[in-house]
Design a protein around this ligand. Structure first.
Ligand code: ZN
Length: 344
């Protein structure tokens, strides 16, 4: 990455930072097994961070509201704060909800973040801290976290799907993130599930995201509730807006309507999963994100539908499992990406 003509010369940045007399600045040293790493996940309104050791074990954690007008300063302050509590921080990884070019270290698109991230965020952060930074798309970072220390451990090839506010995906082949021709590989949320379905934000209609993301599960449930007044969720909906989490909870408590909605959502996801299996003959599929908190209630219909629709020999070669790292996946993954880039 430092060979790229569009990035700052790392050595000159480090030496210029080394000349600063301010407390807290130091030169970046090559990582050792004693080194620590910082992973940061940026989202529309929040910033989550953690220090992670060489084996991926989390130490300190921080969470804060995102300061949209002072994002760079906030990240620098956070890194400085975490460095005071953890010796030997060697590199920082940042997971970004957007398109990142790892060759140039530039954020090409991040609709939910302030425009400053599309300036040279990478160079600014390195200059201010003297540390090495890696920027990566958040789904890719989460996939890498699961691959290294979570539900993807022990395999070489993995497809990761995160199902929450939207649906994202990432591909790891032969132990490395495979991001495609322009960094967009793995956009499983935009596989067409229903050719006559609802319009998607991407411009297509009937994408998996239009039926199985958390807001779209709620939309489908609301549409059906008009026809079924007996559900406990129907009583809930009379008092407040409900969420996909509420629906999963009601399903776990045995509400038939909620169970049906979760099961149908699982079938849609399983249809997408079958396409992934047929296309890649992939060793393992890891399913993460808030919607998967419904557990077996959603996993079982996903597996059944994938089995029904995929080419059977392909299906039988694929393990379909739930992610293990929960909300930590992207922060840990970003830190592990920073570790592996620093030692390579
Ligand atoms: Zn779409």
């Amino acid at each position: 990455m430092f060979d790229s003509p569009t990035t700052l010369d790392y050595a000159s940045v480090v030496s210029s930072v080394a000349n600063l007399s301010q407390e807290g600045f130091s030169t970046a040293m090559p990582p050792t097994s004693e080194s620590g790493f910082i992973g940061i996940e940026l989202s529309e309104s929040k910033l989550r961070a953690a220090t992670v050791n060489h084996e991926g074990v989390v130490g300190e954690r921080r969470e804060a509201e995102l300061h949209r007008d002072g994002l760079v300063g906030q990240v620098v302050q956070l890194v400085s704060d975490l460095r005071q509590n953890t010796n030997g921080i060697a590199a920082v990884g940042i997971a970004i909800p957007g398109l990142v070019n790892r060759q140039t270290d530039r954020v090409l698109a991040a609709r939910d973040l302030p425009g400053i991230v599309r300036d040279d965020l990478h160079a600014e952060l390195m200059e201010a801290t003297g540390l090495r930074f890696e920027l990566e798309n958040d789904a890719n970072a989460a996939a890498y976290g699961e691959f290294k220390i979570g539900a993807g451990r022990g395999c070489r090839d993995l497809f990761y799907i995160t199902i929450g506010q939207g649906i994202g995906g990432a591909i790891i082949l032969d132990g490395k993130l495979w991001t495609g021709a322009s960094g967009l590989a793995g956009e499983v949320g935009h596989i067409t599930i229903d050719t006559e379905g609802a319009e998607c934000e991407c411009g297509n209609t009937g994408c998996l995201e239009t039926v199985a993301s958390a807001p779209n599960i709620v939309r489908r449930a609301n549409e059906r509730l008009h026809r079924d007044g007996t559900s406990s969720l129907s009583r809930l909906a009379m008092n407040k807006d409900f969420t996909a989490d509420d629906l999963a909870r009601e399903a776990k408590e045995g509400d038939d309507f909620s169970l049906m909605m979760i099961e149908r959502t699982g079938k849609y996801i399983g249809t997408g999963v079958a396409s992934v299996i047929n296309l890649l003959n992939i060793e393992r599929i890891v399913l993460g994100g808030g919607v998967m908190q419904a557990g077996d209630l959603i996993l079982n219909p996903i597996i059944q539908e994938a089995k029904r629709r995929a080419f059977l020999p392909c299906f039988e070669a694929t393990q379909i499992v739930v992610a293990a790292l929960g909300e930590d996946a992207a922060t840990i993954g970003a830190a592990m990406l920073a570790r592996d880039a620093a030692i390579s």
